[in-house]
Every structure is written in C-alpha cells, then in structure tokens.
Design a protein around this ligand. Structure first.
Ligand SMILES: C[S@@+](CC[C@H](N)C(=O)[O-])C[C@H]1O[C@@H](n2cnc3c(N)ncnc32)[C@H](O)[C@@H]1O
Length: 435
C-alpha cells in the first residue's frame, strides 16, 4: 500500500513554487513558498531554474508533489521564449524554454547526480559537448499521422496525451526534413491508412541526395496493416518499392561514406556523432593488431574508424537488416581487419568465452536498455584492459557500470554529449579501466 503523505496539500491545490533546478525526468524541481529546500519537492514540466511560478497539484507522494504549470510569476534567468510555436503543448521536446547554455549546464548537473553511485571522483565527468546546431540537427525521427477522409494530419502526440498536435514543420529536424512535412503528408495519401487512427510514421533523410524515406505502422499494431516504405526523391517524385539495396542511404563518418537501409540504426545527430566517433577512437587508442571486441556495432559507425587505424575488430550486431550493411561497408572501405558476428550480444560473448577468447579492449554501444546484467558480467571476463561504454541512458549505465566495477573495472572518464538538444536526453562515453 502506498505510504500516506504527510504533506499538507491536496490534488487541485494551487501553490507558489520557487524552482531550483531541472530533474532527470525533464521537469523543473522546486520548493513551495514557506517550506525549506528538501522538505517537499515539486516537479513541474516546463518550469525553469529560478522561476517563481504558480502550479496546480496533480499528484502527491510521501515527500514530493507533481504539479502543472499555471503561470510564471517571475521568470528565472535561464528562461527564453521557445522557438517552436507548439512547444507548450507538444510532447516531443522538453527544454526549448531554456537557453542553450542552461540546457548544457542542467544536463551536466543531472548526469553528476545520476552517476554519483558509480563515480567517486566527479572531476572525471566532462562538461557536455554541445551540438554544433541546437536546432535543425535531426536526420531521422518519428511523427504521428491521422487520416480523415482524404486529408492526412501530421504532427506529434500532445504532451502526456494521445491526442495529435498538428504541425507544419518541426525545428529539430535538419532543413531537408523540417521543411518537407507537406510532401510527407502527401506521400501518405491513398496508402490505406485506417480512418481516424493514429499511425507512427518513421522518417529518414539522406543528406547527400535530399531523399526522404518513410514508413508507417498503426499505434495498435495488431489491428491495421503497416504502410511499406516509400521514398520521396530529391526532386519530389514519389518512389514506390524503392530499390534501397541498389540506392542505399548514406552518412559521412570519419571522412568516409557509409551506406545503409533506412531501417538500420544510425545516430540521430550526425554532427555530434562525428565528435563521438573521434572520442571513441581517442579512448580506444587503436594501433596495429589491437584486439577489440565491439558489441552492438550497427552498420560500422565505430568499427570502420577503429579498424582503419589498425585495430582488429570483432563486430557483433544482431539486426538482420544492419548486419549485411556492416559487411558491405567494411568491404567497400577495405580490406579492413573486421570480422562480423550476427549473433545476439550475449550468445556471441558466451560462445567467445567458451573458446577462451581474450581482447585488449571491449567497446560497447547498446540500445537504451543497456547491456543488462548478464552481458555486463560476461564482458568483464575477457581480460580487457579497458571497456569503453557508449550510453544514452545514465541510469542503465550506472546499473551496468556497477557490475563492471565489481569485477575491478573502474570508471576513469565519462564524456557527455548533447546528441538530443531541446530534450532532457543525453549521450555519454564512459571509459572503465582495470587496476
Ligand atoms: C545504439 S545502437 C548502436 C549502433 C552503432 N554502434 C552506431 O553507433 O550506429 C545499438 C545497436 O545494437 C543492436 N542490437 C540490439 N540488441 C542487440 C543484441 N541483443 N545483440 C546484438 N546487437 C543488438 C541494434 O540493432 C543497434 O544496431
């Protein structure tokens, strides 16, 4: 049974709150007027540090309260007018009301707090490397589409709701996508979308040619058929059944072009990815013959730069879509000393361990859920002198990092990157060394 709250509030009460900081959830965190900091925390989306604001209580826990913003009475020094007209209601981004410098500072503060359990020395955490473009950086993303008659409405889910917020553009995307929502909506006409049902539309930009790939699936997947991928060509022509094996999408990484099917995972922010790859190379310190086990290797974003500098890479990637592209990319830029393994990371690690394999470095870049306890346990057993862990989820990095630490791998640097400006999400690269 939930503990009864001793806080003197009820749902629906209006409070005046002074906000101090941003929380890991993306909400502003503050204290009600008349209470001491720490006595009761109030969490409110779209509040900013330094704001004094009126809020309405929506939920009460033992020591904190969730509340909606009613009115900003005194804006804090970091508050700015959001560049997007639908920011207040759209559920897609969270921090457009903060200056970019404040976003970076708050991400650092949130990461310091979240990583406390893993690191003893806070100075190993770098400042957050900014995105060269705080807007107009996304090369792919997800929209919501609803068909009514012959009209397709395109946009995002409303903040904390399933309703659609219709938009004409989104400033987070690169211009080649941001300014093409009209064309994307037109491409979805007559494609069999069920009436008045929300569809998840995945969009991808090929920066080199201006082509856009899109595919859609019903939010209730079982009920309605998916919409197969189509491509809007650079000149606006719609290409049905696009031959993506012959004309794949591409991105520039480390001075090379790597190719892929739009269903493959690629990093969302190409400019920050360049920095991440350069730092991966620096921290792995590849040299001829260095034995690297790379887990969750995708289409070769890190494998190719590492192998091109002499490292002998075993690249493990289980996606049947990405794995062949990793092989093609390595061949195109090769010969490179990369061996590809299409097994699941755990199965691959277990098999390698059974054969007494050892590595100099383990490099890992798992999905948001992290490696998980089983893979974290097993990667500690390859006698590597260093484990480099790329993560977009600090809590899962802490969970896995504590397992590595229990096996003698201590975090020696954690580099932070603003891969996702205007949102509370962040990317990190952690180096664990055995001593
Ligand atoms: C965050 S992405 C990183 C990809 C690549 N390192 C990059 O930078 O583009 C995670 C990758 O792990 C793959 N993946 C997910 N679960 C996996 C598993 N259990 N075993 C192996 N690969 C997996 C996904 O297909 C995806 O390509």
């Amino acid at each position: 049974m939930a503990a009864k709250s001793a806080l003197p509030f009820s749902v629906g009460d209006e409070l005046t709150v002074r906000f101090e900081t941003m929380a890991a959830s993306g909400a502003g965190k503050g204290t009600p007027e008349g209470m001491a900091v720490g006595e009761c925390s109030v969490f409110t989306d779209r509040a900013a540090p330094g704001d004094v604001a009126r809020v309405r209580v929506t939920g009460i826990k033992k020591r904190f309260v969730n509340a909606d913003l009613v009115e900003v009475i005194e804006p804090g020094p970091d508050r700015v007018a959001a560049p997007c007209p639908v920011f207040e209601t759209c559920g897609s981004c969270h921090w457009q009301h903060l200056t970019y410098d404040a976003q970076l500072a708050q991400k650092h503060e949130v990461a310091s707090y979240q990583l406390k359990r893993l690191i003893d020395d806070p100075s190993i955490l770098t400042p957050v490397a900014p995105s060269p473009s705080p807007l107009g950086y996304r090369v792919r993303g997800e929209l919501t589409a609803v068909r009514t008659g012959a009209t397709i409405r395109l946009g995002f889910r409303r903040h904390r709701s399933h309703d659609l917020i219709q938009v004409e553009r989104c400033p987070l995307f690169l211009p080649g996508l941001a300014d093409r929502f009209d064309a994307i909506a037109r491409a979805l006409v007559d494609r069999g979308l069920a009436e008045d049902q929300p569809y998840r539309v995945r969009i991808f930009l090929d920066e080199a040619t201006g082509r856009i790939a899109l595919a859609a699936e019903s939010h209730e997947r079982a009920s309605y058929p998916d919409v197969a991928m189509v491509v809007i060509d650079g000149d606006g022509r719609l290409v049905e059944n696009p031959e993506l094996d012959e004309r794949p999408f591409s991105m520039a990484v480390d001075g090379r072009t790597i190719r892929f099917h739009p269903h493959c995972f690629t990093q969302i922010n190409p400019a920050v990815n360049e920095r991440l790859v350069a730092d991966a190379v620096e921290t792995v310190a590849p040299e001829k013959g260095l034995r690297v086990l790379e887990l969750y290797s995708g289409i070769g974003n890190f494998s190719i730069p590492l192998a091109a500098r002499g490292a002998k890479v075993l690249a493990v990637e289980s996606s049947p879509v990405s794995h062949p592209w990793a092989e093609k990319n390595a061949a195109e830029h090769g010969p490179l000393p990369i061996t590809h393994d299409g097994r699941d990371a755990f199965q691959a690690c277990r098999g390698l361990l059974e054969n007494d394999a050892t590595y100099d470095v383990v490099f890992t870049d798992p999905p948001r859920v992290g490696m998980g306890p089983m893979v974290s346990e097993i990667v500690s057993l390859f006698e590597a002198r260093r484990i480099v862990y790329v993560s977009c989820h600090p809590q899962n990095l802490v969970r896995d990092g504590l397992i590595l630490r229990a096996h003698g791998y201590h975090p020696t640097q954690i580099r932070l990157y603003d891969m996702f400006p205007q949102t509370f999400h962040m990317e990190s690269l952690a180096v664990f060394e055995k001593f």
